[in-house]
Design a protein around this ligand. Structure first.
Ligand code: NAD
Length: 632
């Protein structure tokens, strides 16, 4: 039988095992009471750099840094406490790797055992497997130097150390620094993996056999990842249409490989580009058609960094097992603030007054100007926007009424109307906040205007197709309606370069805005937070809450379990087949959640037992399976 070579793993400490350089943290602690702390820290940094670029030997730089540090034994427990919270993220969740290979994991560092040993011990790394320097103290406990006989305080010391250890088998080095690469350069390692989760240095990555943005990638490359889940750096994200930098930052922080495009892509370009993409981020211009989805074999989720999702073929996404997320409430407050502003502007005829001034006319008069206090506001559509508007409107003294097709909880003292006619008979201001369902086309026509009070004002910030524009124009011109504010239109120009054509142009006390109700910097930033978080939650836990196309499942956190995520065509009997496969493998189900929509079934199964590739193969092979993945 072929003998499998033992594998030894050499891991660096500073900026690899932990996210930071320990001496920098020790400096912060030891110098916290020193008035010249900043100067000294800057000096330490300069010396570290000199050490790195070779103008000082490593030992010289260490001696100089310790001199400036002024550290004491009593600082070390504080340092250890701090470092415990700074272990690299991917090391923390791959703790099992350390416990199952504890004989063959070695920490070789130019740092100090005094703080390394207590940190790595929590990861089952043996003290005898830690090779690093040791501090020397004076009689008062001050750190005055280090054991100079240790070759880890000199350049090239790491390779010498490994030579001395005389390891049998293969040697894999994981580290962020040039001294880690030197082990391979000296012929003492089979492979060098540049670890870039915390810092990335060009002179190191260009020498590496592999770049590993996290320990996941190392484990994946070496077929050692316990579960079959995928390293995050292999999840490629394509963000189109100039998506807010905050979203880019969040997804990079999560460890994804992110590619950003300022513009949209047309169908052919997207068909090509989508082939390697796991997560696609778009705004309103990019059309995600069935043809695009045919090419999207790696796609897990789409983020619509906007409110509407008409640009996405949602049924085709379902069939492909692609979850779609948008940002339905991120601009609610922006729309509400605009509605309040417009109510006041219309009651005071501010647009007319301002236009007259621009024409050189001074029209000082109280005629036709009213306070909004005590007026009746009628909200049609008491959803996210309608409900929030009611709260703000009440607080500035309006009496609020609403009408909704569905039973809704009335907030504050807001009163419900049972019919649209009842609401229109009461309201001095009518404001539309219904959704864009096709049945809402022209729900506001001549008849509805005739039910309104004389001299009432009318606002539509919802969807263009809900109002019959000609009827609105007639009612403004006849003087029945005292004014209106319209932000959305049955036909809107495709871009800022096209002319706005509408029967409403030039009408009196008519405030027209180019669909900007939700367009604020705050809303953009909210969207940039909301959508990536929903997607990351879906990838990490399977939760589909707020998904536009998937059955919505809000899942409990899972600990000490594996989570199997199964997406299938909605056919009878699939759940039974999943459970049969699990039973055949004598696997106990800890929790199971199922929800379906017309097209697909979404099943989450938490199991508490190790599973093997055969189980996964059988689950994937169940008839009508669309997608399957495992989380751990
Ligand atoms: P929502 O889905 O939370 O609320 C819509 C409410 O309207 C629901 O309660 C629904 O039951 C009710 N409704 C639907 N049809 C109705 C009808 N015919 N009569 C009475 N009630 C009806 O939506 P939301 O987040 O509050 O958004 C409301 C509207 O605002 C949407 O059309 C949205 O597209 C639009 N919007 C516009 C802008 C903008 O820039 N102008 C920005 C954001 C949202």
């Amino acid at each position: 039988m072929e003998q499998v070579a033992t594998k030894n793993y050499i891991i660096d400490f500073d900026s690899t095992f932990t996210q930071v350089e320990a001496l920098d943290i020790l400096g912060e602690i030891a110098l916290s009471d020193h008035l010249d702390k900043e100067e000294r820290l800057a000096k330490i940094k300069a010396i570290t750099d000199e050490g790195m670029n070779g103008s000082l030997t490593f030992r010289e730089s260490l001696v100089k840094r310790l001199e400036i540090l002024d550290a004491h034994k009593k600082h070390l427990p504080l340092l250890v406490k701090e470092l415990k919270g700074k272990v690299s993220k991917s090391f923390r969740y791959n703790k099992e790797f350390f416990s199952s290979h504890s004989d063959n994991i070695f920490i070789i560092s130019n740092g100090f055992k005094d703080f390394i040993v207590p940190i790595v011990a929590e990861y089952h790394v043996k003290e005898s497997n830690v090779f690093a320097n040791s501090f020397e103290f004076d009689a008062h406990g001050n750190i005055i130097g280090f054991d100079e006989t240790n070759n880890l305080s000199v350049n090239g010391g790491k390779a010498d150390q490994i030579k001395k250890m005389n390891l049998s088998g293969d040697v894999y080095v994981i580290g962020d620094g040039y001294t880690d690469y030197e082990i391979k350069a000296a012929g003492m390692a089979n492979k060098f993996y540049a670890f870039t989760e915390n810092v990335e240095r060009d002179n190191v990555t260009e020498k590496a056999d592999h770049i590993t943005p996290s320990l996941d990638e190392f484990l994946y490359l070496n077929k050692m990842n316990k579960a079959l889940s995928y390293p995050k750096n292999r999840i490629s994200v394509l963000l189109l249409e100039n998506i807010h930098p905050k979203a880019v930052e969040l997804m990079k922080e999560e460890g994804y490989k992110v590619e950003v495009y300022p513009a949209g892509l047309d169908e052919d370009e997207l068909c090509e580009k989508i082939k390697d993409v796991s997560i696609l981020g778009i705004r309103s211009k990019t059309q995600v058609t069935a043809r695009v989805l045919e090419n999207a074999n790696r796609l897990i989720a789409i983020g619509a960094f906007c409110i509407g999702t008409n640009q996405i073929d949602l049924a085709a996404c379902n069939k492909k097992g692609v979850a779609v997320f948008n940002a339905p409430f991120s601009n609610t407050r922006s729309v509400v603030e605009m509605a309040i502003a417009e109510i006041i502007m219309l009651f005071r005829k501010l647009v007319e007054r301002s236009n007259a001034m621009h024409d050189g006319r001074w029209e000082k008069s109280a005629k036709g100007s009213y306070e909004i206090r005590g007026k009746n506001l009628g909200i049609i559509g008491y959803g996210n926007i309608g409900a929030q508007l009611s709260v703000l409107a009440e607080s500035i003294g309006l009496n609020v009424f609403y009408y909704d097709l569905e039973e809704k909880l009335a907030l504050g003292n807001v009163k419900k109307c049972n019919t649209l006619k009842e609401l229109l008979n009461k309201a001095d201001i009518v404001t539309l906040h219904v959704d864009g369902r096709p049945e809402n086309k022209n729900i506001f026509r001549a008849r509805e205007f005739s039910w309104m009070r004389d001299d009432a004002i009318f606002i539509n910030l919802s969807r263009g197709h809900v109002v019959d524009i000609i009827a609105l124009r007639d009612n403004i011109l006849s003087g029945k309606i005292a004014g209106c504010a319209i932000d959305v239109f049955p036909e809107e120009p495709k871009s800022n370069a096209n002319e706005f054509i509408s029967e409403l142009r030039g009408l009196p006390n008519t405030l027209l805005t180019p669909h900007v109700g939700g367009s604020t910097q705050e809303a953009q930033e909210n969207i940039a937070h909301f959508v990536p978080n929903k997607i990351m939650d879906y990838i990490n836990t399977g939760s589909t809450s707020n998904s536009v196309d998937f059955p919505n499942l809000q899942l409990p956190a899972f600990e000490n379990a594996h989570r199997l995520i199964h997406i299938h065509e909605n056919m009878p009997g699939v759940l039974a087949k999943i459970n049969q496969v699990l039973a055949d493998h004598e696997i106990n189900i800890v929790g199971q959640y199922l929800k379906t929509n017309e097209l697909i079934g979404y099943v989450i199964t938490d199991i508490d037992k190790e599973y093997d590739k055969q189980l996964i193969k059988e689950l994937r092979g169940i008839e009508h399976t669309i997608k399957f993945r495992v989380l751990y």
